[in-house]
Design a protein around this ligand. Structure first.
Ligand code: AMP
Ligand code: GLY
Length: 477
């Protein structure tokens, strides 16, 4: 069994780390990988956005599975090209990846299929957008660049002046390049944010354990957005009731929508949501594992990930048992480089990695690292490492993660010290309420769960009407 992982971040190190533990003992390749993946896989110097180079590599190496980490190659059609050569791929084709690659397309799909989301207007001219904003009576308004913008494409504006400046920045000064040719102007939603990651082959959906990142660079959720400064799983506040709402009102309707749009989707559906008083509303779709969400999920997944990814790629997810999860909590602290999320300092030697991993249940995932000729590991990106730890509860996991983090040394290192403190347990949302503590050890219960989800997807002729906070009875209940 040979598996090629595409990408070079913490997510791809985490995927290699988990796949390397598979009893199927796969031969792992990573393109291009990083010094962390080099210890587990054969790194091949083909960049993740070099679609022709990756297709050549796959044709040469003939992997049994390609797992695509980042969104750019998916949006560029890597999965379609590999599939035309008969290669199994975890990751959607270009059509499905447009859910992440174009906010305008995502909103069209959401609205066409009545999946709950914010009201919006789309503009392809800055003048029309600005006159609309100058006449808006409700503030704030959210302005989103249509295309991929590396997490910098969303601006929340509190008045017409700043909104018009944002439009100029995106559409006139082209600060985000072609990503800003069109914009979406959206109503501002209030509530608690949540993410749901679900693996799907278009027929069956496997919802993963709740996991949450911390997007902003500063403690107490301050400062600019980043790719994610840390992560924790499970998320006590995302209780069973809310998860069922999301499943019924968002995930199942999204699968319906994909079918109606004739989009074959085999990969990850990662949905960003606002839990409003009127129920969940979709903020965005991503079509790949989150980073650093992936790091926490692989630390907690007890089952073998490889058969799940392989079955998804082959459209056979219904044959797979839901995974078993470690009951413990995972906290991942991102060690960043000075300047992040702006221009960062690079090339500093990193020390203390072994000392960090000597702490109980600590694993350090590489992200923005490189190695020099003498084998020293150097900083080479904004998010340098993710120090992950398991613990009996959030506090124990946090303590271990920060103890590991404190062992790591490089000039310009910084982190957020409040990872995992946002959603402490609330009354009534204790672990036994979580649905994904699934009885996977009991095959009958696992079968019932899967059948229930499949029936929902297959039975419902039409997605449930958006807007009602409480889901009604479902096919099997
Ligand atoms: P997105 O890339 O669409 O998820 O947006 C990035 C961040 O902007 C989200 O994580 C939210 O914090 C915020 N955001 C996006 N859309 C809205 C909205 N309609 N209302 C309030 N906040 C939003
Ligand atoms: N951590 C957020 C993302 O991967 O999109």
């Amino acid at each position: 069994m040979k598996v090629l992982v595409v990408g070079s971040g913490g997510r791809e190190h985490a995927l290699c780390w988990k796949l390397a533990q598979s009893p199927l003992a796969p031969e792992l390749l990573c393109a291009p990988g990083n010094p962390g993946t080099a210890r587990l896989a054969r790194n091949v110097p083909v960049q993740a956005n070099d679609v022709p180079g990756l297709v050549d590599l796959a044709r040469r190496e003939k992997p049994d599975l390609v797992v695509v980490g980042p969104e750019d190659p998916l949006v560029a059609g890597l999965a379609d090209k590999l599939r035309t050569h008969g290669i199994a791929v975890f990751g959607p084709g270009a059509k499905g990846a447009r859910l992440e690659g174009s906010k305008v397309f995502a909103k069209e799909v959401l609205e066409r299929h009545r999946i709950p989301c914010a009201q919006d207007r789309v503009f392809d001219r800055s003048g029309t957008a600005k006159s609309y904003l100058e006449n808006c009576t409700q503030w704030p308004q959210v302005i989103k660049a249509d295309g991929l913008a590396g997490g910098k494409g969303v601006v929340i504006c509190h008045d017409p002046k700043s909104a018009c400046q944002a439009v100029d920045m995106i559409m006139e000064q082209k600060a985000l390049g072609s990503a800003g040719t069109k914009i979406v102007v959206e109503e501002f939603l209030q509530g608690e944010e949540a993410s749901v990651l679900a693996i799907t082959d278009g027929e069956t959906i496997l919802i993963l354990e709740p996991v949450q990142d911390h997007k902003q660079v500063g403690e107490g959720d301050t400062g600019p957005n980043t790719g994610g400064m840390g992560v924790y799983s499970p998320v006590a506040s995302l209780n069973r009731r809310l998860q069922r709402q999301i499943e019924q009102h968002v995930l199942v309707p999204t699968l319906h929508a994909l079918r109606h749009e004739e989009i074959e989707f085999r990969g990850m559906l990662f949905v960003g949501l606002m839990m409003t008083d009127n129920g969940p509303r979709v903020l965005e779709y991503n079509v790949r594992f989150g980073d650093p969400e992936c790091q926490a999920l692989v630390r907690r997944m007890k089952s073998d990930l490889l058969p799940i990814l392989l079955a998804t790629a082959k459209g056979e997810l219904s044959k797979i048992e839901p995974p078993e999860w470690d009951e413990r909590v995972c906290v991942g602290v991102v060690a960043a480089a000075e300047g992040y999320p702006g221009t960062v300092r690079k090339g500093d030697a990193i020390e203390g990695l072994d000392a960090a991993e000597a702490h109980e249940d600590v694993v350090v995932f590489h992200a923005g690292t490189s190695s020099d000729k003498s084998g020293r590991v150097l900083t080479s990106g904004g998010r340098v490492l993710c120090v992950s730890a398991l613990g009996a509860d959030l506090n124990a996991a946090r303590e271990r993660a920060y103890a590991g983090y404190d062992e790591v040394r490089y000039a310009g290192k910084f982190c957020r010290r409040d990872i995992g403190t946002r959603h402490q347990s609330k009354p009534g949302t204790e672990p036994e309420e979580r649905p994904h503590r699934r009885p996977a050890r009991d095959p009958r219960a696992a079968e019932a769960m899967r059948a229930r989800i499949e029936r929902r997807i297959k039975a419902a002729g039409k997605p449930p009407a958006p807007g009602s906070a409480e889901p009604g009875p479902t096919a099997a209940e």
